[in-house]
Design a protein around this ligand. Structure first.
Ligand code: NAD
Length: 505
């Protein structure tokens, strides 16, 4: 976190960043008006204030952006690896220089606490730094045979479509742009229509570093432009982060030209607490994953499995910590739980809390709308813990995407693992035990992309993130995306002279 972000400084920054802004699409390094002329308003979910307007793009805008990316591709694909490295490092440096401002744009538009947003920007910086190391080493290989050599070139796939959600827009932008740029691809990015202020400000900041057409951004409703983008004949790959329902559509669009897809989707991750666990640390992690980014996190450990022997003691420790959660104005550096990102999301979470009660689970903390003095229009929800949850309840099976965690009691490991894996999702998971063999045994039995043992959200660049089953396929934040954004070409050079002699008879 940058030093000295006092409430006073944060408020001054918020006033500056909240001035109404209008954005065009970013195509060929120019901000251009949308073809249809329609716009979408961006607002602050903590106050209801308008922050700006973006273009509601259409297929004409998409076509312009894809053609710009296509025209830029040959030169960018052949650019010097160290040039791409320098650009990625300079992007990281610019993010660091204006870290507090980018964090504030994200906070204002998304409702997340400024400390969460500062963490997000740090995460973005590390993504660009991590992938800056790639271009120089992202080379092919040479295979030797007695009478031929095979040169396996690693080539960027071409124009890629990248579609991202609203919960961590800047982080998603970094996770998508950094590996694709490192690999030599050109890009059309479509951010979410409700939260993209920080993404557009970020693009404005780094525009002068990027050759024309290498990165293009078209804003608008997914339903209006998603198909035109993904099914465009010049697009060679789609990388998507968002919901399962949208993923199903995107896979259909991608089938038109048979382009490859990577999918980072939702989760309902299990957080298992064994009877030998450090209960204080486990309770802290449960409260953290309930409130972090207001629970609007695909990786959230929203299905807690507490061993029956420590169940009540764990709930007591959760209660002590949840009582201390500071919910308030997201721009206040002391705030730990902010406002939900949109009215739709707010209503959805409250309806799941009602559903949990109707299904017979008991609310032991929270359970409704929260009020924050001076922010009557804010979309605040109390951190909510359900006990008495069964794994077959909808609140245990469906992604709520809010500050709501359900606790399920367990007795034996076999039944535990059966329930943990009884989910359409398999994105992440937590495990709390002091027994090393048990940690390995249970983590290997969990059908999920990540398991954090004794610390949830322990994420570093280079660790592959992504899911199993309907949480998606493909990995990010690691070497894997460099493979997704490139393909190999094998050039086989015959070392022998003359004919083979097949017809010398
Ligand atoms: P969403 O699927 O509604 O929207 C995501 C993006 O897809 C937005 O940009 C939206 O405009 C676009 N979109 C919508 N309809 C489209 C269409 N027909 N064609 C193309 N694009 C379309 O998801 P959301 O509600 O914005 O995001 C929340 C979901 O994202 C949750 O399920 C969450 O778990 C998931 N998520 C996953 C990860 C991960 O890394 N696995 C990270 C963050 C969020």
């Amino acid at each position: 976190m940058p030093d000295g972000l006092t409430l006073e400084r944060s408020e001054a920054l918020a006033r500056e960043c909240a001035q109404f802004r209008t954005f065009g699409h970013f195509i060929n390094n120019e901000w251009v008006g949308g073809h249809g002329g329609a716009t979408i308003e961006l607002s602050n979910p903590a106050t209801g204030e308008l922050l700006g307007a973006i273009q509601a793009g259409d297929e004409v805008d998409i076509d312009r952006a894809v053609r710009a990316a296509h025209a830029a591709f040959p030169a960018w694909a052949r650019s010097e690896p160290l040039e791409r490295q320098r650009i990625l490092l300079e992007i990281a440096a610019r993010l660091r220089r204006r870290q507090a401002e980018f964090a504030m744009f994200e906070t204002l538009n998304n409702g997340k606490p400024i400390t969460d947003a500062l963490n997000d920007v740090s995460h973005c910086i590390t993504q660009f730094e991590y992938y800056a190391g790639a271009p120089a080493f992202l080379s092919g290989e040479l295979l030797d045979f007695p009478d031929c050599s095979a040169l396996v070139h690693r080539e960027p796939v071409g124009v890629v479509a990248q579609i991202i959600p609203w919960n961590v827009p800047l982080v998603m932008t970094a996770m998508k742009l950094a590996p694709a740029l490192a690999a030599g691809c050109t890009i059309v990015l479509k951010p979410a229509e409700t939260v993209c202020l920080a993404v557009l400000e970020f693009i404005a900041e780094v525009a002068d570093l990027l050759p024309r057409g290498v990165v293009n951004v078209v804003t608008g409703y997914g339903a209006a432009i998603g198909e035109a983008l993904v099914a465009h004949p010049l697009v060679r790959k789609v990388a998507f982060t968002g919901s399962r329902a949208t993923a199903q559509k995107i896979i259909q669009y991608a089938s038109v030209n048979l382009i490859p897809q990577t999918m980072e989707l939702g989760g309902k991750s299990a957080n298992i607490v064994c009877e030998d666990a450090d209960l204080d640390a486990a309770a802290e992690s449960i409260v953290l994953t309930t409130i972090f980014n207001k629970g609007e996190v695909c990786l959230a450990g929203s299905r807690v499995f507490a061993h029956r022997r420590i169940h009540d003691a764990l709930i007591a420790r959760i209660g002590e910590r949840i009582a201390k959660v500071r919910q308030g104005n997201p721009i206040d550096p002391a705030t730990q739980l902010g406002a939900q990102a949109s009215v739709a999301q707010f209503d959805r979470i409250l309806s799941y809390i009602d559903l949990g009660r109707a299904e017979g689970a008991a609310v032991v903390h929270g359970g409704g709308r929260a009020s924050v003095p001076g922010l009557d229009k804010g979309l605040f929800i109390q951190p909510t813990i359900f006990t008495g949850v069964r794994n077959d309840m909808r609140i245990a099976q469906e992604e709520i995407f809010g500050p709501v965690t359900g606790i399920i009691a367990w007795d034996g490991e076999e039944e535990l693992i059966r329930q943990v894996n009884d989910s359409v999702y398999g994105l992440a998971g937590g495990l709390w035990t002091r027994n090393l063999a048990r940690a390995h045994r249970l983590s290997r039995a969990m059908d999920t992309g990540t398991v954090w043992v004794n610390r949830y959200y322990n994420v570093r660049p280079g660790m592959p993130l992504g899911g199993t089953r309907q949480s998606g396929f493909g990995r990010e934040s690691a070497f894997a995306p460099l493979e997704h954004y490139t393909h190999s070409k094998c050039v086989v050079v015959n070392l022998a002279e003359g004919e083979i002699g097949i017809f010398n008879h």
